[in-house]
Write a protein that binds this ligand. Structure first.
Ligand SMILES: *Cc1c(COP(=O)(O)O)cnc(C)c1O
Length: 367
């Protein structure tokens, strides 16, 4: 069986360096907020081309802490509306709700799967204060247009870059460097994945960075002095040490992902299988390679018989989830169609050539 995501194989490539890194943490006797975290934050910020990075417990916390920091600054208040894609992983939306802000879903552009800039205007109200872009499946949202729109409307621009570590535009600007702040997840399956939970906030804003850091540490900057009602959400030394090892391979891993995606796009040829759009640039890091088919269940079953595991990202849209019963009556037809038809193929940097060939051949054999 070709696994959808072979994390064991991906991480075994780093066994020697991981062992050394973990030994260093063990011997340091410091397991929270030590030198590994400081070094990772510096290296990750530099990689993204942004001055500040703050490690967090996970990606959802990173998003939530950004919004909470804006509230501490008085730039957002409960009841303010945040525009975001209807077609996203629910975490983007949960972060907004968790802060007492109102998420306002906007339909995607069906070719990029990302929020459609054309539809933003119609979603604006007197209470709109922020726009959250999500780089879904690893493809940069249309940040030029979103940034112009946000600037014209004086909206805060936040990026959920949890699926897009390292993606960059034609000028080399990385995911996470376009807005006021961005959130990353280092969940094991992400392009930069830890061996456990982890996340980060990056921002060009020094004050925001200071507030996010304090909020994630019980609202405290000075030990036992609490200026804000914070939480405990930190990236630990072991994960930071492992992530430093993997960050050095991120560009090469993303390049390998693009190479496999290029082959899928050139060699998979089937009248009913719709392939993702990509112009060949570095704006896509193929966290996921998502095809569409009107009968994806049949396609998944066929591939499974061929020994190929697939996955669905995602089966139920946020507005149809029990968590958002208040949206039951909302209709987002593009989002709903995407959720009915999408199927994710195995694509990761440790996939072997013969597996790539077998996946391509199998799709082309689908009746
Ligand atoms: C994974 C993910 C998150 C949440 O990250 P966690 O580390 O799992 O909390 C948020 N948004 C998107 C788009 C994601 O893919």
């Amino acid at each position: 069986m070709i696994k959808f995501l072979d994390l064991q194989r991906i991480n075994q490539r780093h066994e020697a360096e991981f062992t050394e890194a973990l030994r260093g943490v063990l011997d340091s006797g410091r397991y929270i907020r030590g030198r590994q975290l400081a070094a990772f934050e510096e290296e990750f910020a530099a990689y993204c081309g942004v001055p500040h990075a703050i490690g967090t417990g996970n990606g959802l916390d990173a998003l939530t802490l950004i919004l909470r920091a804006f509230m501490e600054q008085g730039r957002l208040k409960p009841g303010d509306e945040v525009l975001l894609p209807a077609n996203t992983y629910i975490a983007s939306i949960l972060a907004v709700s968790a802060c007492g802000l109102i998420p306002v879903p906007v339909e995607p552009d069906p070719l990029s799967f990302n929020i459609d800039p054309e539809r933003l205007e119609a979603a604006i109200t007197a209470r709109t204060r922020a726009l959250m872009a999500v780089h879904l499946y690893g493809r940069l949202a249309d940040m030029d247009r979103l940034a112009v729109f946000a600037a014209e409307r004086e909206l805060l621009l936040i990026e959920d870059a949890a699926q897009a570590h390292g993606a960059c535009d034609a000028q080399g600007h990385r995911a996470g460097s376009f807005g006021h702040a961005a959130a990353f997840s280092f969940y094991p399956g992400k392009n930069l994945g830890a061996l456990g939970d982890g996340g980060a906030v990056i921002t060009p804003d020094e004050e925001l960075a200071r507030i996010v850091r304090a909020l994630g540490n019980y609202g405290s900057e000075k030990k036992y002095l609490h200026e804000m009602k914070g939480v405990n959400s930190r990236l630990d030394e072991m994960q930071a040490a492992l992530l430093r090892v993997k960050l050095r391979c991120l560009d090469a891993d993303n390049e390998r992902r693009r190479e496999i995606a290029g082959r899928y796009l050139r060699e998979i040829s089937h009248p009913e299988i719709m392939l993702p759009h990509w112009d060949g640039g570095k704006n896509h890091v193929f966290h996921l390679f998502v095809v569409r088919h009107p009968e994806r269940k049949k396609l998944a079953a066929f591939l499974s018989e061929k020994g190929i595991e697939t996955a669905v990202h995602y089966p139920v849209p946020p507005h149809k989830q029990g968590a958002y019963k208040e949206w039951r009556q909302h209709a987002y037809p593009l989002t709903e169609a995407i959720h009915r038809e999408v199927l994710s193929l195995p694509l990761h940097p440790a996939l072997h050539e013969d597996e790539v060939r077998h996946i391509i051949a199998s799709l082309n054999q689908f009746p």
